[in-house]
Design a protein around this ligand. Sequence first.
Ligand SMILES: Nc1ncnc2c1ncn2[C@@H]1O[C@H](COP(=O)(O)OP(=O)(O)OP(=O)(O)O)[C@@H](O)[C@H]1O
Ligand SMILES: [Mg+2]
Length: 475
Amino acid sequence: MSVSGSIYIADNDVKTRDLVSAFLTYKGHAVVCPEQSAPFFDTLRNYEIDIVIAEAAHLHTIAPDFQLRATEINPALVLIAYGDNGTGEARKFNGANVFTLPKPLNLDELESLVLRSREYQTMKKLDSLTGCDDQHVLLSASMIGTSAPMRELFGLITKVAGSNATVLIQGESGTGKELAARAIHQLSARNNKKFIPVNCAAIPDDLLESELFGHVKGSFTGAYANRAGRFEMADKGTLFLDEIGDMKANLQVKLLRVLQNREFEPVGASKSQSVDVRIIAATNKNLEDLVASRDFREDLYYRLSVIPITIPPLRERREDIPLLIHTFLTRFNSDRSPAVKGFSQDALNILCSYDWPGNVRELENLVERLVILKGSGFITPDDLPEKYLSGKQSPPDQIAPRSTASSSDRREAWDQLPEGGICINSAVDEFENRLIMQALARTGGNKKEAALLLNLKRTTLIEKLKKKHLAFAEE
Ligand SMILES: Nc1ncnc2c1ncn2[C@@H]1O[C@H](COP(=O)(O)OP(=O)(O)OP(=O)(O)O)[C@@H](O)[C@H]1O
Ligand SMILES: [Mg+2]
């Protein structure tokens, strides 16, 4: 990734400043720590700062409209703000380019936010390059996607976050259901309260009721004291009921009651307790099928799916694959020297054609494994495990369709002329588009490097991008 800006550390406390600065410098980041008397905004300008790490209270003393002025100087600037009182003070700053942290600072967490900031900046850069202003990374959860379905999903998540409605997230394993649930919580007004996940499939049936609703002392053997359940813990926050399709019938009834009245009874209690939680449920099972087979209550299904969200499998949004690979590569490379430089075009093509039954999780695990095993240089097809090589290799569906031929027809055209023929001009145009987008993704959006990969002049590449109105996905 070629993001070259420096990090500015602003804190009144010299010790904190020196510690953070030494840590990040040691980790290989360019850090600027000017004299405190140096005019803040001049420093931003002169040192090409693109990340400010600062104590929130200190920022307020610099300028009340700090955020506005700073992003005027650099629109890709990311602010990592921290505060004494948890993240309370820091939360006065908000937006897609703000991260917050409680004090005392956890340096590893801080560095992971710096890396996420870099990912955000690369995305912004790609956006401006391809003329695409739409959000294609949901920063709060580092959810990456450029495809039309993912952009639609990000829009939906952002909208849904503003309400208290119950959400049902469905999708195959590893598609990002939990990530989406966390994003909804983080973008909601409840984000200063807890996000409590419960995996309904992982907790034995006889314990799940007490786990969810708590119990009173003596209500069953082993209940030595009153214990709060996850509903109570999530009060004012969000409760994430994962693998909801595995919940047994008796608990489904109890859950229905909480959804209707926001009231529940701890096991063994004689009085109900009221609670204010936002419920997000998820499953990789088809709940409608479970309703049809009477394994899931229909009334509960309707209560849960006030806002249904379906996350598409990765094979239906292949254009996200190069960026996901790039993001994971950056993440897993972060502590390594030397680092893996990238993927060869052949390797990338193979991965973009693969069907990914384990979805994003499988891709993430593969990139981690390859980075560890390869250690440096470029990953080539020889480095890929056998199962990725056995499938039919065809160039990836990098760009969403422009021609009227179906996506499988177009992919087939790389190997042989489809039955019904093909429009040669649009096929050639599309081939060109794919190569351009892959080159941009591979070089983190650097036009000069992308042009070199394509054996084009930089100006020719820019002209092509303009002429083709290239974006990472069709609307
Ligand atoms: N769009 C995305 N961008 C970046 N990382 C992603 C994305 N989607 C999923 N991941 C990563 O893939 C892994 C699996 O995601 P997650 O646990 O949210 O999936 P899930 O749908 O809940 O899976 P399961 O059904 O197996 O519980 C996580 O490490 C997550 O960070
Ligand atoms: Mg999950």
